[in-house]
Design a protein around this ligand. Structure first.
Ligand code: PLP
Length: 390
């Protein structure tokens, strides 16, 4: 009898570890255990009411059919305005594709630009889906390690030294998941100029753009020059800024000819993102600023609280994140690997965190502060208890 053979592409791919840990903590909670989870990769706020109402209205008015595969023109027009006003980038609607979340936007880009064996430079620590998406698209992730010394940012020298004849793209994620670090204009320019010189695409994942603290300035790399823009894909979405993770809306701005290929790819895979969800997206971009500001202020207060509480634990240290909603905590003084730390902590104190190894660093754990003040105070006290006993 013939043996079953599946795609070899998928053999190399691991399931998302962050989703697995969040699921385990949820299951323990459902069993009645008093679990505190710092695993969440999403804001804990509800989607703002005006955004929900816009989608409900669209449903009631019968917008329940296919839209253009690359998204509604009205939505694209709002995205163009957003890029212009918030990011100082001039795109036209034919340079935009709306997809089923920024994750999907990123996946579409790698599917479109990579051939087998092409290399993609990924600064580590990295969002765990990047290497997997690259592999799924036939590419090779080239992981470049960074540490606290360079604030977890890739230096121009590191980038230059990582480039080979096969290098196709560099991923920049600012502010970063998991480190929260933000690249300055100067840092971005130095890196981007190398990319242009060497003909390497920049995939700029700007999903945490709206969560930046201490009045720091977020810079879109594509805004730095027309030449840099011509090598850049600017990726963003509604999930983190507007607390719309379940709506699955993300978008790309990029070079027209390539974006049109991405649009074709999407037309033969998912087709359009959900029609009525797109109306929620339009409302968010038109009238969502107030909600963003409110959430950002709360996240900044929580960041301060979690950093203050972790500061009381002698063996742990962290760099204060500039943005996003994670702290990447150095545990190297505990003598445990990140997986050991995570497993023992969940077992003994019922606190869920994510081991840094899934983001490329075994010296760290990631804690999300998309959680109430009460949970933060209580949870970090439990972690202190755990670490103090080691
Ligand atoms: C760095 C980064 N990029 C992209 C995404 C994907 O967001 P979306 O919900 O729009 O697919 C996430 C979500 O966790 C993320 O952390």
């Amino acid at each position: 009898m013939k043996t079953m053979q599946l795609s070899t592409r998928l053999e190399k791919v691991k399931p998302s570890a962050t989703l697995a840990i969040t699921a385990k903590a949820k299951q323990m909670k459902a069993e009645g255990l008093d679990v505190i989870s710092f695993g969440a990769g999403e804001p804990d706020f509800d989607t703002p009411e005006n955004i929900k109402q816009a989608a409900i209205k669209a449903l009631q008015e019968g917008f329940t059919k296919y839209t253009a595969a690359s998204g509604l023109d009205e939505f694209k027009k709002e995205i163009v305005k957003k890029f212009k006003n918030d990011n100082q980038i001039d795109y036209e609607t034919n340079q935009i594709v709306v997809s089923v979340g920024a994750k999907h936007s990123l996946f579409n880009i790698f599917q479109t630009i990579l051939n087998d064996g092409d290399e993609v430079v990924i600064p580590s620590p990295y969002w765990l889906s990047y290497p997997e998406m690259v592999r799924l698209s036939g590419g090779e992730p080239v992981i470049i390690n960074t540490t606290e010394k360079s604030q977890f940012k890739i230096t121009p020298e590191q980038f230059r030294n990582s480039i080979t004849s096969k290098t196709k793209a560099l991923i920049i994620n600012s502010p970063s998941n998991p480190t929260g670090m933000l690249y300055s204009e100067e840092e971005l320019r130095a890196i981007a100029e190398i990319a242009v010189e060497k003909g390497v695409f920049i995939v700029s994942d700007e999903i945490y753009e709206k969560l930046v603290f201490d009045s720091k300035k977020f810079i879109s790399v594509a805004s730095l020059s027309e030449e840099i823009k011509s090598w850049t894909f600017t990726v963003n979405g509604m999930s983190k800024a507007y607390s719309m993770t379940g709506w699955r809306l993300g978008y790309i701005g990029g070079p027209k000819e390539i974006v049109s290929k991405i649009s074709s790819l999407q037309s033969h895979s998912t087709s359009n993102p959900t029609s009525f969800a797109q109306f929620g997206g339009i409302e968010a971009l038109k009238n969502g600023k107030q909600s963003i500001d409110k959430m950002r202020i709360v996240f900044e207060q929580r960041r301060n609280l979690i950093a203050q509480e972790i500061g009381k634990i002698a063996k742990l240290s962290l760099l204060l994140p500039d943005g996003a909603f994670y702290v990447f905590v150095n545990i190297s003084q505990t003598g445990l690997t990140s997986s050991e730390f995570t497993e023992k902590l969940l077992e003994s104190e019922k606190v869920a965190v994510v081991p840094g190894i899934v983001f490329g660093s075994d010296d760290h754990i990631r804690l999300s502060f998309a959680s109430s003040d009460e949970n933060i105070t209580k949870g970090i006290a439990r972690i202190k208890n755990f670490v103090d006993q080691l």
